[in-house]
Design a protein around this ligand. Structure first.
Ligand code: FEO
Length: 404
């Protein structure tokens, strides 16, 4: 008996043999409220080839799914498209148990796997653009460096017109269904956007280049198999199109207001600013950081044109939750944003000044001087906040019109 876990047939030669992580809620700082999957795949032709593995605790689930198709010891080759441990964590133990003839990775993948696992085992490097007739199918490898690690590559199966895209076009979404066309579209778009915003934004120029390169190669992709979330067997162009759009980071009439507050003053300012934004014709999304996760802030920013950030001054500094989000957003390198800062202060008032410098250093085009209020905003101060929202909305109109 193979065990409780079954493989799922994807195409003529390919089965899904991954694992579903229903319980994960934090993926190295990224909130995964719908869980995730670690997708591994099995090519069954003249020989058996395993594409990627799964996170270490799920090794038995992977091998059980393989065993529902064939004896795992029939795996002759393993291809590691990406060495991050959600895909390679069980690789050493799988190698030990099935003893494959060869393991392949990109040249950077060979180095990364060595640095992770220190295995006494040769890994064979495949070059960018290389094709191999392996086990009865024709495989082509494309390096996708920094999408999103230096070692990343994708593998194309010519016979099935199927692309194993590793993290590319993936999402953190646990589901009993394996295919995108079986899952609620809102959940798919929401989780894809979250994945793109939190993982891919800094590499947007490379995403655009990759989509152009695949287009210029003239290869047809009927099935798109990422390493997380559902598989695209109908209209893979849909998710590729969404990634192409997000990679542009084109400004929109949406403004994101992010803040935290100690005694409610900066919160009042945020609400007055959002009224001004809406009054000026922008859409406003307001995210108080005492109740919003940093990775949801990044997701909201993905399709925004403006970022307004508010902080009270605490101990001559920016409020800690605001500093946390700014450090996170700085790393994600969002482009094409206008913005402004605001906040209340008691005596020294450094918070909003430091925040303004921070936003400017992130290449956000600052629309107005920081809006600062001593202690508690009165009606006149809240009118000025509303005016700031109006000014940002006006600037957004200019920017969006200029880009269209
Ligand atoms: Fe899903 Fe970059 O690992």
């Amino acid at each position: 008996m193979s065990g409780p876990f079954e493989a799922v047939k994807i195409s003529d030669h390919v089965y899904w043999v991954g694992a579903i992580d229903w319980g994960i809620r934090d993926f190295h700082g990224y909130s995964t409220f719908r869980g995730s999957t670690y997708n591994a795949y099995l090519i069954v032709a003249d020989d058996v080839i395993l594409i990627d593995t799964v996170k270490a605790p799920f090794k038995d689930e992977l091998l059980s799914r393989v065993a529902s198709v064939t004896d795992p010891r029939n795996i002759k080759y393993i291809i590691s498209n990406h060495s991050e441990m959600d895909h390679s964590g069980s690789l050493p133990r799988v190698i030990a148990e099935v003893e494959p003839e060869k393991v392949f990775a990109s040249p950077n993948g060979v180095k990364a796997l060595a640095a992770h696992f220190h295995m006494d085992r040769e890994i064979t490097a495949v070059k960018d653009g290389e094709s191999l007739a392996l086990g009865g199918v024709n495989l082509s490898f494309l390096e996708t460096r920094m999408l999103h690690w230096p070692d990343s590559m994708v593998t194309y199966v010519a016979e099935d017109r199927l692309l194993f895209s590793q993290d590319g076009f993936g999402m953190h979404l646990a589901s009993a269904e394996r295919f995108a066309d079986e899952i609620d579209e809102c959940a798919i778009v929401e989780e894809s956007a979250k994945y793109y915003a939190n993982i891919l934004t800094p590499y947007s120029a490379l995403v655009t280049k990759l989509i152009e390169r695949v287009g210029s190669l003239g290869i047809r992709i009927d099935v798109l198999c990422p390493d997380h979330g559902p598989i695209w067997r109908k209209d893979p162009g849909k998710i590729i199109g969404l990634w192409g759009k997000w990679a542009e980071q084109a400004p929109t009439m949406k403004a994101l207001v992010v803040y935290d507050t100690m005694w409610g003053s900066t919160g009042k300012m945020a609400r007055a600013i959002s009224e001004g934004l809406v009054g000026g014709g922008a859409a406003a999304s307001v995210m108080p950081l005492h109740s919003c996760h940093r990775s949801d802030v990044a997701t909201e920013l993905l399709e925004a044109g403006a970022l307004l950030v508010g902080t009270p001054t605490i101990n001559n500094n920016i409020f800690p939750t605001v500093a946390d989000v700014l450090a996170y957003l700085r790393g994600l390198k969002f482009r094409n944003l206008v913005g402004a800062v605001f906040g209340s202060y008691g005596w020294s008032g450094e918070g909003h000044k430091l925040l303004n410098d921070e936003l400017a250093s992130m290449k956000v085009e600052i629309v107005a001087d920081p809006m600062a209020v001593n202690y508690v905003p009165d009606g006149e101060a809240l009118d000025r906040c509303r005016g700031l929202g109006l000014a940002v909305a006006e600037k957004l109109k200019e920017v969006v019109k200029g880009g269209s």
